[in-house]
Design a protein around this ligand. Sequence first.
Ligand code: PMP
Length: 398
Amino acid sequence: MSLFTAVEMAPRDPILGLNEQFASDTNPNKVNLGVGVYFDDNGKLPLLQCVQTAEKALMAQPTARGYLPIDGIAAYDNAVKALVFGADSEPVTSGRVATIQAIGGTGGLKVGADFLKKVSPDAKVLISDPSWENHRAIFQNAGFQVDSYAYYDAAKRGVNFEGMLASLNAAAAGTIVVLHACCHNPTGYDLTAEQWDQVIAVVKAKNLTAFLDMAYQGFGEGIAEDGAVIGKFVAAGLDILVSTSFSKSFSLYGERVGALSVVAKDAEEAKRVLSQLKIAIRTNYSNPPIHGGAVVTAVLTNPELRALWEKELGEMRVRIKAMRQKLVDGLKAAGVQQDMSFITTQVGMFSYSGLSKDQMVRLRSEFGVYGTDTGRMCVAALNSKNIDYVCQAIAKVI
Ligand code: PMP
């Protein structure tokens, strides 16, 4: 008997589990479309030029590594505010946004969840059906009851917008609604600008709390285009939370760079909010690490590096779109009868392919093509070398 005798084995993380299976697969043609990571056309994880240049400059002036303030690098927090809301936007200039540097987008969500649990302990949380796996777990572990709102319409291959509005309309006042600001994970289907307006109207009328998760800004239509939804919520006078991730947009996955921004009523309220966010940080991990935040600050605040980042991010976005088109064309050429053009209406890293669990299992076991059992495939991992093979494989299981 030990203290841990009764500890149960937790289920494996479905995506990381796939990675392990992929690593031990001996098929020489294997392709990993499971994990949400962008690879370049050579199948390599990119190290962006803007990041390399910023790192060289940082290395040229070695600095001692004291603790950062609890809320991170001040210049970083300001750069995030400028990126997410606009440097000259009213909430930023009036000082009513509280922003903290977070450990990735996940850290931003967790700090936000802990904060909200103190502010509205009895609120329920709604996440999209389906959503990124970790949304439910993060909010449940912060003590919330988590339900879902309708989102994906498999038959229509798109958003079940009527269902979504109905779910939101039925929610109790104060309910926290986690929304994907752009590039919905896992489906790839986003709301139109008009649909966002309708969602905002319901959030306002029903007094719901919107928590916008922005993990892919710049991967959809562009940095400003993807971020526009935030401005819409602000213009509607709503107090929102926004989590930011730079994992994908800077290809800095392992540096864990993200943020949380909370829009308050006025500057005085934002100060009080910030003080509570700091408590959440302090009791979780005390303060954030330096390197990733310093790199992103250097890039975002230097006009040349900023332009280079926008160019490199644009190239990633364009390459993903090209792969979507190649996938549609390749599937047709491989003999797939059904219309697969929905793949090009989806945005971001993922495609909900509509393939069944059985088909996904066959793709894996017979062809070494790895996606999730839900049919999600990472189109950002397709390239000019593996696309034909993937199309042939999909054609054989459809
Ligand atoms: N939100 C969504 C929707 C995501 O897809 C991800 C990353 N897969 C995150 C948040 C977390 O981002 P990070 O890796 O920066 O913690």
